[in-house]
Design a protein around this ligand. Structure first.
Ligand SMILES: Cc1ncc(COP(=O)(O)O)c(C=O)c1O
Length: 378
């Protein structure tokens, strides 16, 4: 039986060219980049090149790129790092953030900004939650469940107004803007200055690179505390011997996805539209969740009222078709999703919903197999 994979938001297969780029660093170039003999210096040089490439794609300085072990670590370093540096201050996070932001937020004074029914953050409400003690705001670039693209530049504009007002009143508390761009990087530009962010999370495992690889972009003016203390690697912000293959692999994956961004966005938008049109034709009672306009090209999120999503997922699985219920980004996802709750779905509808995410290897034939299976099962 051939497999048909529709869960690219959970994991992407590693690209062949990324694998080849990484290979030497497991074997011939295995050296610790902090060692001083010539061979190790070469390895160090290669990690510097990888950092330069990532910085160039982000429009950042290479000293602003901190290599980490993925999205969870980068999100934690961002929120905890800043909040530990400003223990008397508070943060504001959106209601649909990944748990890697929502869970650490619980440790600090925090407020949660609601989203509108289409899944976009309510920028006015978010601004009204920011007080003179707010030091950190986190809103993801695109949501991992419903694919909604957030109005980052509108938020950045509001934050600039608040910063100017603070300056005028002699308040020196900074206001840092972080975005988790793990899901966005395949399809949207990640130029940090255009986005107006001070910190940004990226994750190799979502961009056809290695899992447990990623970066946190930290603008040079941001003050934050490291979570990992030790040998002082990564500008003292993330101690530990560098995972050189992961660093090389992450940079290669980001570069490749940057080159494919336009063509893949177009191809997947068309495929997604075909899937959506056919689903609506076949199942008139289906509901598509989240904004259709401000949405990642590869995401579709459907509620089949009265259908148990776990059962549907298992029936599809038996036919070799892999879709997701919930986000699959957490080890246990038995509770109805906080994202679906935030956009107003009741528990019953949330438990009748599935996420279908397309990717580089999705073809029209895969979609036809999915449509036939849905017709058979439902
Ligand atoms: C938006 C977002 N942030 C953070 C993460 C966490 O990434 P990881 O589990 O690879 O650390 C994920 C994926 O799981 C994600 O989709």
């Amino acid at each position: 039986m051939k497999n048909h994979y529709f869960d690219y938001a959970a994991a992407t297969p590693m690209s062949k060219s990324v694998q080849s780029a990484m290979q030497p660093y497991f074997e011939t170039q295995f050296y610790n980049p902090s060692a001083i003999y010539l061979e190790a210096a070469k390895t160090k040089k290669d990690t510097t090149r990888a950092r330069e490439l990532v910085a160039k794609i982000l429009g950042a300085k290479q000293s602003e790129i901190i290599f980490t072990a993925g999205g969870t670590e980068s999100d934690n370093l961002a929120i905890q790092g800043v909040m530990l540096a400003y223990p008397d201050n508070n943060c504001v996070v959106s209601a649909i953030e990944h748990e890697a932001i929502l869970a650490p937020a619980q440790k600090f004074q925090h407020k949660v900004a609601p989203v509108l029914p289409d899944g976009r953050v309510d920028v006015k409400k978010l601004s009204s939650l920011i007080d003179d003690n707010t030091v950190f705001v986190s809103v993801m670039y695109a949501n991992n469940e419903i694919g909604t693209i957030q109005p980052l530049s509108d938020i950045a504009k509001q934050l600039n107004i608040i910063r100017s007002d603070r300056r005028a009143r002699g308040i020196t508390t900074p206001l840092y803007f972080h975005t988790d761009a793990c899901q966005a990087a395949n399809y949207l530009r990640v130029l940090v200055h255009s986005l107006g962010v001070d910190l940004m999370t990226l994750n190799g495992g979502k961009i056809y690179g290695p899992k447990q690889s990623g970066i946190l972009y930290v603008a040079s003016h941001v003050k934050l505390q490291p979570l990992m203390l030790g040998g002082g690697q990564e500008r003292n912000l993330r101690s530990g011997t560098e995972n050189v293959p992961a660093i090389i692999g992450f940079a290669a994956a980001l570069n490749e996805t940057e080159n494919l961004r336009e063509s893949e966005s177009k191809r997947l938008t068309d495929l997604r539209q075909y899937l959506l049109d056919e689903v609506i034709k076949k199942f008139p009672h289906v509901h598509a969740n989240g904004s259709l306009m401000h949405r990642l090209p590869n995401n579709i999120h459907l509620t089949f009222r009265g259908v148990d999503n776990e059962r549907l997922m298992m029936d599809l699985d038996e036919r070799g078709i892999m879709v997701a219920t919930g986000s699959a980004c957490s080890a246990s996802n038995e509770d109805p999703s906080h994202v679906l709750k935030a956009i107003g779905l009741n528990d019953k509808d949330a438990q009748s919903s599935i996420r279908i995410t397309l990717g580089r290897h999705t073809k029209k034939t895969d979609i036809d197999v999915l449509l036939t299976a849905l017709s058979d099962i439902l």
